[in-house]
Design a protein around this ligand. Structure first.
Ligand SMILES: Cc1cc2nc3c(=O)[nH]c(=O)nc-3n(C[C@H](O)[C@H](O)[C@H](O)COP(=O)(O)OP(=O)(O)OC[C@H]3O[C@@H](n4cnc5c(N)ncnc54)[C@H](O)[C@@H]3O)c2cc1C
Length: 582
């Protein structure tokens, strides 16, 4: 169907159960839309995203010969791909679809003002109908995908990612900055929930990796260059010993750079005494023999362990999050120590042993008479260290009593923080970071492993604090995403990108420096030189179009005409006539 045909618009207003209809009078919104220019069909429905709602759209497109579809429902982030697919299945170009967000932008934020919310919903639908009349079909484009993945970070996450991808028949380049693979796990003596030694786990994985003909490992190496776009990246890897650089073509990348343990300086006397250590440091001290005090070599008989050290601190930037591994790791270590020591006391804010078989570890430690005592969140235990003697005092929440304990050592379960160099990696791969400093996924709920750089995934503790089993789940998920892209051999790219009108371009470079994705360069092969967009790198953000002093850049699917039509439809609703707001 040609775009020149007169628009025939269908409007579908979604109740989203009670989510939208509980606040917005959706029936009156659909009735209002019925009288707008070019609208030939308008209705409301309980769930537009459900199979029945999707079928309704397809049926009405056929019945009324619709050539534009407007769905007023939830955020396009949630269901734009669903509805684009539906209109395609109905025989229309996917860009002849327009979504209005009546849930996040109306019903959820104006819950207590139903009448005003309904008026706002009508405004938004009217604006989107006006825009829909101006929509144009866009071509569906794809690019090829190089069948090789870059995995950055050789901890358990990176190693599992590499093996999952390679076992499916694709090449992997695994880059680790340390001399050996394994990350933190290789230091842990007995990992919950299985009790296996970290070294044993890492040795097994390393052996499989080093023998795998599809995995090439670069240790003592870092990525120093990353350029290109989904399916077609060029990576530069530098060996830290030789300073030699190697360039490779890759199609996808998984960032698995892990975490660093918080050094709790200023917490619980950590800086005053060698007998006050973190859980990670205790792991490194453990030997098969008796545990000895670092200060004087005396055998340790009594230990206190303190949870949430540098985690769950609402007022401290970068320390607000729960580090998730610590409750179970503390219970696990306490259980083992209790076999050797006279007393093990755990001071905690809350116990969050949420993973599979984790609660059993917690219960087992209590069964071994590890003593648990909850301290108030706003009144932390006080640690004193004098003449080699440690004293801890705190208030036990359950009894309300003020308690005292004289341990030989104190073990602090310190927070997981983003790995050293996270900021540089973020810059290199154009990744964003959340307030806690870990890499941001594309969407925390709907796309937790992909990022805003198409073709680049994140996994494991590079994404957020978590234990090894959750990190390995991430690894398999990220590997599956990479394999899915490579198995197809090509990937569709968005057509809602910027476009340079060459005759108007003065080659001033403004767009080149304005583009946050490095998607524009000056094409010197043209005479005169003009700006050129690499469409696969363009995110359609519109920054270049706004910055261009010559008006030489248009945004496909968000042209000036399409945007101004919406403004006019909002400001001058009475002037809406067929053919556009006049
Ligand atoms: C004290 C302690 C005890 C724990 N005990 C347990 C337990 O018993 N059970 C459990 O399930 N979990 C446990 N955990 C959690 C577990 O250690 C992590 O979940 C796991 O290490 C995450 O693996 P990872 O590969 O994501 O990160 P990491 O182990 O941190 O590995 C990341 C790797 O990436 C490399 N790297 C970083 N940046 C770069 C770069 N720019 N270029 C190249 N390479 C880079 C690092 O050198 C490292 O090798 C514990 C954590 C702590 C702190």
């Amino acid at each position: 169907m040609s775009d020149d045909a007169e628009p025939r618009i269908g409007v579908f207003v979604c109740h989203c159960g009670h989510n939208i209809a509980g606040t917005v009078d959706v029936v009156s919104v659909a009735e209002m839309a019925q009288d707008l220019p070019y609208v030939v069909y308008s209705t409301d429905d309980m769930f537009m995203c459900a199979d029945s709602g999707q079928q309704l759209i397809k049926d009405k497109v056929a019945e009324h010969n619709l050539n534009r579809v407007v769905v007023a429902s939830c955020s396009p982030r949630m269901h734009e791909p669903t509805f684009r697919r539906v209109v395609e299945e109905a025989g229309l170009n996917r860009y002849l679809f327009e979504q209005v967000n009546l849930r996040e932008h109306v019903s959820w934020c104006h819950m207590r003002e139903p009448e005003a919310a309904t008026e706002k919903a009508k405004d938004l639908v009217r604006m989107s109908v006006a825009r829909a009349a101006k929509l144009e079909s866009l071509p569906i484009k794809s690019v090829s995908v190089t069948p090789r993945t870059l995995v950055v970070g050789g901890g358990v996450t990176g190693m599992h990612t590499a093996l999952d991808i390679a076992d499916r028949g694709f090449d992997v380049v695994l880059v680790e900055r340390e001399p050996d693979l394994g990350g933190h796990v290789k230091k842990w003596h007995s990992l919950y929930p299985t009790g296996r030694s970290g070294e044993e786990i890492v040795d097994e994985l390393s052996e499989r990796i080093l023998k795998h003909k599809r995995i090439k490992v670069y240790t003592n190496s870092e990525v120093v260059g990353f350029d290109g776009y989904i399916g077609n990246f060029e990576v530069t890897i530098k060996n830290k010993d030789t300073n030699k650089e190697e360039k490779l073509d890759i199609g996808t990348a998984v960032i698995a750079t892990g975490f660093k343990s918080f050094k709790p300086e200023g917490y619980y006397g950590y800086d005053w005494s060698p007998d006050i250590v973190t859980l990670a440091e205790l792991e490194e001290m453990k030997t098969d023999g008796d545990l000895k005090r670092p200060s004087d070599g005396r055998p340790v008989k009594k230990i206190a362990m303190i949870g949430c050290v540098g985690s769950r601190e609402p007022d401290t930037k970068g320390h607000e999050h729960c580090s998730r591994y610590c409750c179970t790791a503390v219970a696990n270590t306490a259980s083992q120590l209790r076999d050797e020591l006279d007393e093990v006391v755990i001071l905690y804010q809350d116990i969050r042993t949420y993973g599979k078989n984790h609660e059993e570890i917690h219960r087992q430690s209590r069964g071994k008479h590890v003593i648990y005592s909850k301290f108030p969140t706003d009144e932390k235990p006080v640690v004193h260290y004098k003449d080699g003697q440690i004293t801890i005092t705190w208030t036990d929440v359950l009894s309300g009593d003020r308690l005292e304990f004289f341990p030989d050592m104190v073990v602090l379960a310190s927070a997981m923080l983003p790995a050293e160099g996270t900021q540089e990696v973020a810059k290199l791969f154009s990744l964003t970071r959340s307030p806690d400093g870990f890499f941001n996924p594309e969407h925390i709920k709907l796309a937790p492993l992909t990022t805003h750089t198409a073709g680049v995934m994140i996994a494991g503790t590079a994404q957020a604090a978590k234990g090894a089993s959750e990190s390995i789940v991430d690894a398999s998920g990220a590997a599956a995403k990479a394999v899915a892209l490579m198995a197809r051999g090509e990937v569709e790219i968005e057509s809602t990108v910027s476009h340079v009108i060459e005759d108007l371009c003065s080659s001033c470079h403004t767009c080149v420096s304005a583009c946050p994705y490095g998607a524009i360069a000056i094409d010197q092969t043209k005479e005169p030189a003009v700006a050129k967009v690499t469409e696969a790198k363009c995110h359609g953000c519109g920054t270049c179009a706004a910055a261009c002093p010559s008006g030489a850049i248009i945004m496909r699917h968000s042209t000036d005409e399409q945007i101004l039509t919406m403004v006019e439809a909002y400001l001058c609703p009475e002037q809406l006539v067929e053919g556009g707001a006049k």
